[in-house]
Design a binder for this molecule. Structure first.
Ligand code: IDC
Length: 496
């Protein structure tokens, strides 16, 4: 009996060690893949540490089994499903079905295909169609970053991911955008030769598919002028048109696809079914860019919002629900199509899934980041999905106080495990500003049941003192606009 118990224990410990080791190695591989050199650093925790925590985390939960008191989490319910309109055409400023009725595509974009390939899977695409009501999926293929198509990326693997994405979307009767995601290569002419080759090949391959849309340059930026983009567009369009006479083609605009006014003043001539992209990030771009969009639309320019975020333009920072709602009002009133950035669990506000969630399908509301919840609620009309997480006091905590009565802090446990006989908790914190006025700073004081030791933290400045933890902002999440929130602040503590 004792021997069996000893053996069982030894097996468990060995299994645990193997799991941790695998987790660390996987973490290193994933970290190498997911973090392009230019990725904004989010706090002091490295991706390897996070992956390690995740593996330790899931390990402890598999040993202790399901918490019987926890309510079972249900997957997202079926919704109406995104509509399919057959072959599309552009008439005036509108995207239309084959009969000429204006239609709107609404959907989501992958993150960089090379970094988060796991989200290109049939089950998730089905889920996005049936449960999120999305009718378009964008496949973002970076051209110049780490793993980019024109740098060190594996062209064969990237084209296979595109092909899978196109197949899954077609199986679901969804539109699919193939996005030549220029970014650090700020002028599309830099990789024009490669672009021509790529679009020649894929337009030949997908010529018979009515649901494929080509996005020929994600975001020209820096000093790239509209005339540079226009001449590039003319060349690429003629390459595509040799194979595919009717597909909708999306053309980027200067300044990270914002200056649609410049395209409106001098659009591509003699071509049909061309649209111009405008990209916005709700917490950064507001009234002024909305006015630019409205003016271009009123001038008759067909605009497609092939990428937007509900957070800041760096893909992180705060989620601005109020601004995002304003944007949607405008887009809906003009029937302008929109695609949300991004399908990933990266530690950044624009990722729709929480970093602690490693699922690639079968998502529940609890798996969604604040931005993800907003996107889900907007696409499905399920307002409940946006309700705040309970701001009561989670496990291990006695009280949470904020520096201002208009600021409400919500704290949730995103993981817990044991280490060296101590209980370790990982918490996520978000702070919402309930007043209409911006708050220029904030401070949160958290009182724990026991003395704590802080082992990790991100997106804030932290000071632990006995049973107390003070959290203050970092530069980029200091200001909270009226009716907006900052989120994805996190920390790990062990209880003494
Ligand atoms: C960001 C990603 C981030 C990645 C970075 C690479 O969210 O994880 O490290 O690219 O430079 C865009 C771009 C889009 C950006 C996004 C957020 O099209 O590639 O993704 N953004 O910064 N335009 C405006 C914002």
């Amino acid at each position: 009996m004792n021997n069996t118990r000893f053996l069982k224990g030894a097996v468990l410990i060995m299994a645990a060690l193997v799991c941790i080791l695998c987790g660390v190695i996987a973490g290193m591989v994933i970290a190498g893949k997911n973090q392009p050199a230019s990725a904004p650093e989010s706090g002091s925790q490295t991706a390897v540490q996070k992956e390690k925590e995740k593996s330790e985390n899931s390990e402890s939960s598999s040993e202790s089994g399901q918490d019987p008191e926890k309510e079972p989490e249900t997957e997202l319910p079926s919704a109406a499903g995104g509509e399919y309109y057959g072959a599309l055409q552009v008439k005036g400023a509108s995207l239309c079905d084959s009969k000429g009725n204006p239609v709107q595509l609404r959907g989501v974009s992958t993150h960089g295909l090379a970094w988060f390939p796991q989200y290109v899977n049939a089950k998730l695409v089905k889920e996005l169609h049936e449960k999120w009501n999305a009718n378009v999926l964008r496949l973002a293929m970076y051209t110049a970053e780490n793993g980019g198509y024109c740098t060190d990326g594996n062209k064969k693997d990237l084209k296979k991911l595109i092909d899978d994405g196109v197949t899954y979307a077609s199986d679901e009767n969804m539109y699919v955008i193939i996005d030549w995601h220029i970014l650090s290569d700020n002028n599309p002419n830099i990789n024009k030769k490669e672009a021509k080759k790529f679009f020649r090949e894929i337009s030949e391959k997908y010529a018979d598919r009515d649901n494929v849309i080509y996005e020929i340059c994600n975001e020209p930026n820096g000093d790239t002028a509209w005339k540079d983009i226009k001449s590039y567009a003319e060349e690429i369009i003629s390459v595509i048109r040799k194979n595919d006479k009717h597909a909708v083609i999306l053309v980027g605009t200067p300044n990270w696809s914002q200056y649609v006014n410049e395209a409106a003043a001098d659009p591509v001539q003699g071509q049909e079914n061309i649209m111009y992209t405008l990209h916005f990030y709700a917490a950064t771009h507001k009234e002024e860019l909305r006015n630019t969009l409205k003016a271009a639309y009123d001038a008759g320019l067909p605009v497609f919002v092939s990428e937007y975020g509900v957070c800041e333009a760096n893909g992180n920072g705060m989620v601005d629900v109020e601004s995002a709602n304003e944007w949607m009002k405008l887009l809906d009133s003009c029937n302008i199509s929109h695609v949300a950035w991004n399908l990933a669990n990266k530690e950044e506000a624009s990722s729709m899934f929480l970093p602690s969630c490693t699922k690639t399908d079968g998502f529940t509301k609890k798996d969604l980041s604040d931005g993800g919840k907003w996107i889900y609620a907007m696409l499905t009309g399920d307002k409940k999905a946006m309700e705040e997480e309970p701001s009561g006091v989670p496990e291990g905590i006695v009280q949470i106080k904020t520096s201002d009565k208009n600021l409400k802090a919500a704290l949730t446990v995103s993981g817990s495990w044991e280490s060296d006989g101590k209980k370790v908790y990982q918490y996520r914190l978000s702070i919402s500003n309930k007043s209409g006025e911006a708050a220029d700073g904030w401070e949160v004081e958290i009182q724990f049941e026991n003395g704590i030791e802080l082992s990790d933290n991100w997106n804030g400045k932290f000071k632990a003192d006995g049973k107390k933890l003070i959290v203050k902002p970092v530069d980029y999440n200091k200001k909270i606009n009226g009716n907006a929130a900052v989120s994805d602040i996190g920390f790990t503590v062990s209880m003494k």
